[in-house]
Design a protein around this ligand. Sequence first.
Ligand SMILES: *Cc1c(COP(=O)(O)O)cnc(C)c1O
Length: 402
Amino acid sequence: MTEISASHQVLLERYRASHIGVFGLPGLVLARGDGAYVWDVDGNRYLDLLGGIAVNALGHGHPELVGAISKQAAELVHVSNFFTTPAQIEAAEAVLRIAQAPQGSGVFFCNSGSEAVETAIKLSRRTGRTGIVAVGGAFHGRTTGAVSLTHKEAYRAPFEPLLPGVLHVAPGDVEALRAAVGPDTAMVLLEPIQGEAGVVAPPVGYLAAAREITRDAGALLVLDEIQTGIGRTGAWFAHQLEGVVPDAITIAKGLGGGVPIGGLVTFGPEVTGLLTAGQHGSTFGGNPLACSAALAVLATIESEGLLEHAVAAGDFLVDRVEALAHPLVTGVRGAGLLRAITLAQPIAPAVARLARSHGFIVNPVAADALRLAPPLVITTDQLATFVDALPAILDEAVKESA
Ligand SMILES: *Cc1c(COP(=O)(O)O)cnc(C)c1O
């Protein structure tokens, strides 16, 4: 069992005294990481099954990422967008390649997922229409435009009025989507698997139906691959599992392996041409440090076979959790290494807290679901240590809640 020392508590108190409280109090002060493990300032080790929320694709301290950003830092960290760098050009080309984007496609680099969504909103306005359709449970970020497309009331209500013209329809319901999309619809924005809603995939065929509905209506289909992209589900992008070709995708989280970088990828010359010189920008977006990180992440996913590994490790996890046949576990959903273990009782926060005291970081994404989005480099042996510890953690949580 891990213990939090008095000096650790003092650091948390200093955090509280120095920060705007939007995150509440963090669970731990972390000091370092190696692969799929992190250590807190007391020296307690944790298996990081959350990976910085699907960000630390290569885990912590991966030599390829450390080497790439160290080398780039010594050469150039930043130039303005009056100039470019080999790293930026190569990163854009690599992103277009893994997105299987056709000739005439393009990338706009920014620094976060929300900024990528903001870029998609502005792109959609250039169709001459203003309507946006998203779905219930959607999470698209916290900036004012992005939060307008996010569904959760608690995230939206304090900041109203938000962007007008946004409609949220029932998730996974093709007929509801068809009814909502019309001649005023500029864009339909969808997560291929809803991350923050609890790792929930729409029914098979939903994305293909959305493609057909948007094409017929002359609206853009933009897929938010911020959480699902960069190999997380075992494909470079989750929509590739369904064979759907979108008009654009938003990317971020795993792309830089922890170095902030996001982007909008537009598919084909028509969509790419919607935004022209002077219509959008970013001071930091596309800087060589972030782009060198992205290049290292993408090259390492390829050289280490991490797409195949994400599938195999995800299957291993599902098999082993199901084999526990624990009465509190109702299933495992998601794909690759983006997973939720669903529980028969709404005690996920207690399970996550107890898991941490046993040395495992998991996320209670919903009252009855534990999200796992570990580094893609996590081994099946490491996953097994968690599954082996899980029954005792669950039993403890049940006892506590009784
Ligand atoms: C995390 C996330 C965002 C927001 O990304 P930020 O980098 O936090 O702004 C948007 N969409 C999805 C699907 C996400 O998971």
